[in-house]
Design a protein around this ligand. Structure first.
Ligand code: 5AD
Ligand code: SF4
Length: 431
C-alpha cells in the first residue's frame, strides 16, 4: 500500500536540496509526496538553526503537528536538519511524540529509519557521506542543485554550521560529473553547485578544475555555485568564472562586516581591503558581473564606528543585493559567549540602516538595466501573476515578462522595461 509524506523545509538551499534527497530515498520506499500535512502518514520537518528565528519557526510548527498526532496515533514524525543534529535526543524529551531524529550527515539512513531497520536516531559524524550517491526527487525541471561538498572547516565565530554539518568533505569529481550528465540527459539546463564554501572544494581536482570539467557537459547551458568564501577566492577561480562561457556572471560573496576589528573577531580570515581588492578584480575581468553578499549587524562588541564602516563598505562596493541579519547568538559558538553582547534594539536599528542604504543601491542598479537586452532562462509561470512568465538573467536577477508560447527551459532575449527593488519587468525580443 502506498504511503504519503509531507516535508516542510526551513533554511538554506542546502536544506532544500536535502529535502529533495530525502524525497528521493522515500520514493524508493514507496512514498508519495503530499502538500497537505493532514493527509500524510509521515511528516518531516527539515530544520535550520543558523539563527534563533528559524529555530522558533520550527518549534511552533512542531506544536501544530502535535495536535495532528493526537488525532492520528499512526502518524509518524521525523525531525531532520541542523536542529536535529544539534539537539539530538533532547528533542524526544521536549516532544515525546517525535518518532525519528535524523542529522544532515545521515540522510542516507532515512529509508532504514522509517522502516524500523535502524533507529530511531541517526546523528553520527559522517564525512563518508561525500562518497555515496543519494537519489534526489527534484521538483523543478529546469534548474537543479548539485551538492559538491559537505560541511565546513572555517569556524566563523558566530556560525553553528561547522557543528551541525561537520568537517568539510568533497564528492569525487567523477560522481558530480555523472550526476550533471544525467541531469543534462533529462533536460535540465542550469545547475547550481552547492557547498558551504565551494572555493575549498578539493578531491581529485580543485574548484576551478571542477568548473572546467562541468563546462564540457553538453545540454547544460548555465553553471552557478554558492557559497564562496572571500578568503579562498583565488586568481584561478576568477579566471575560470571569467573564461568559461557557461559559468554565470554572479558571485555570492558574504562580507559580513566592513570593520576589520569585527571581521577578526568573527574569524573570517580577510580584511575589508582584501575583500574590496577581490571585488575589483572580478569586476575588472568580468564587467557587469553581479556580486551579492551577507551582512550581520550588531555582532558582539560592534561599536557605532564599526557599524559606520559597514555602511561605508556598502556604499563603496555597491552590491547588487544583500541578505542582512541581526546577530543571533547560537549556543556552542564562541561569539555567543563573548562579553559585550548588544541590545536587540541596537541590532535592529543597525539592520534597518543597512537595509535602507542597500535598498537604494539595489533599486538604482536595477533601474540602470532598463532598456538593456538580457538572456533569460525561462523557469515557468510567475508565482504572482498568471499572465507572466518568469526567469533569471545570467546575473541571477528575476525577470517577469508577458506570457508567450515558449517552453520552460528556453533561453530567450528579453528587453528590460522596468527595474524594481526585487525583480525586473521585461518584454520578449522578437526573433
Ligand atoms: N547570526 C546572524 N547571522 C548569521 N549567519 C550565520 N550565522 C549567524 C548568526 N549567528 C548569516 C551569515 C551567513 C548567512 C548564511 O547567515 O551572514 O553568511
Ligand atoms: Fe558558517 Fe563561516 Fe562556514 Fe559559512 S564559512 S558555513 S559562515 S563557518
Amino acid at each position: 500500500m502506498s504511503k504519503t509524506v509531507y516535508i516542510r523545509t526551513f533554511g538554506c538551499q542546502m536544506n532544500a536540496h536535502d529535502s529533495e534527497r530525502m524525497m528521493g530515498i522515500l520514493q524508493e520506499e514507496g512514498y508519495f509526496q503530499t502538500g497537505n500535512p493532514d493527509q500524510a502518514d509521515l511528516i518531516i520537518l527539515n530544520t535550520c538553526s543558523v539563527r534563533q528565528k528559524a529555530e522558533q519557526k520550527f518549534y511552533s510548527e512542531l506544536g501544530r503537528i502535535k495536535s495532528l498526532k493526537k488525532r492520528r496515533g499512526d502518524l509518524k514524525i521525523a525531525v531532520a536538519g541542523c536542529i536535529a543534529q544539534q539537539e539530538g535526543k533532547k528533542i524526544f524529551r521536549r516532544a515525546p511524540y517525535v518518532d525519528f531524529i535524523l542529522g544532515p550527515q545521515n540522510i542516507q539512513k532515512l529509508g532504514d529509519l522509517v522502516s524500523g531497520r535502524v533507529g530511531p536516531i541517526a546523528i553520527e559524524d559522517n564525512p563518508a557521506i561525500a562518497l555515496g550517491d543519494i537519489p534526489s526527487r527534484r521538483t523543478n525541471r529546469v534548474t537543479a542543485w548539485v551538492t559538491i561538498m559537505y560541511g565546513c572547516n572555517n569556524f566563523c565565530s558566530y556560525c553553528i554550521v561547522p557543528y551541525t554539518r561537520g568537517r568539510e568533505s568533497s564528492r569525487p569529481s567523477k560522481d558530480i560529473h555523472s550526476e550533471v550528465v544525467d541531469l543534462a540527459g533529462r533536460g535540465y539546463k542550469e545547475i547550481t553547485l552547492l557547498g558551504q564554501n565551494v572555493n575549498s572544494y578539493s578531491s581529485d581536482t580543485d574548484f576551478p578544475g571542477l568548473l572546467r570539467r562541468l563546462e564540457r557537459v553538453g545540454g547544460i547551458e548555465r553553471i552557478r555555485f554558492v557559497t564562496s568564501h572571500p578568503k579562498d577566492l583565488s586568481q584561478e577561480l576568477v579566471s575560470a568564472i571569467c573564461e568559461l562561457p557557461k559559468v554565470c556572471e554572479h558571485v555570492h560573496l558574504p562580507l559580513q562586516s566592513g570593520s576589520n576589528n569585527i571581521l577578526k573577531s568573527m574569524n573570517r580570515g580577510y580584511t575589508c581591503d582584501d575583500y574590496v581588492k577581490k571585488v575589483s578584480l572580478l569586476r575588472e575581468r568580468s564587467p557587469g558581473i553581479s556580486i551579492t553578499s551577507d551582512i550581520i549587524t550588531g555582532f558582539p562588541g560592534e561599536t557605532e564606528g564599526d557599524h559606520l564602516l559597514t555602511i561605508k563598505a556598502l556604499k563603496e562596493i555597491e552590491f547588487d543585493g544583500i541578505f542582512a541579519f541581526k546577530f543571533s547568538p547560537r549556543p556552542g559558538t564562541t561569539s555567543a559567549q563573548m562579553q559585550s553582547q548588544l541590545a536587540e534594539g541596537i541590532k535592529s536599528e543597525r539592520l534597518s540602516e543597512v537595509l535602507d542604504v542597500q535598498n537604494e543601491i539595489t533599486a538604482r542598479k536595477n533601474k540602470s538595466l532598463e532598456g538593456t537586452i538580457q538572456e533569460i532562462l525561462v523557469e515557468g509561470g510567475s508565482g504572482t501573476d498568471k499572465e507572466k512568465l518568469t526567469g533569471r538573467t545570467r546575473t541571477n536577477k528575476i525577470v517577469n515578462f508577458p506570457k508567450v508560447d515558449i517552453e520552460k527551459g528556453a533561453l530567450v532575449k528579453v528587453e528590460i522595461t522596468k527595474g524594481r527593488q526585487h525583480s525586473l519587468e521585461g518584454k520578449l525580443q522578437e526573433k
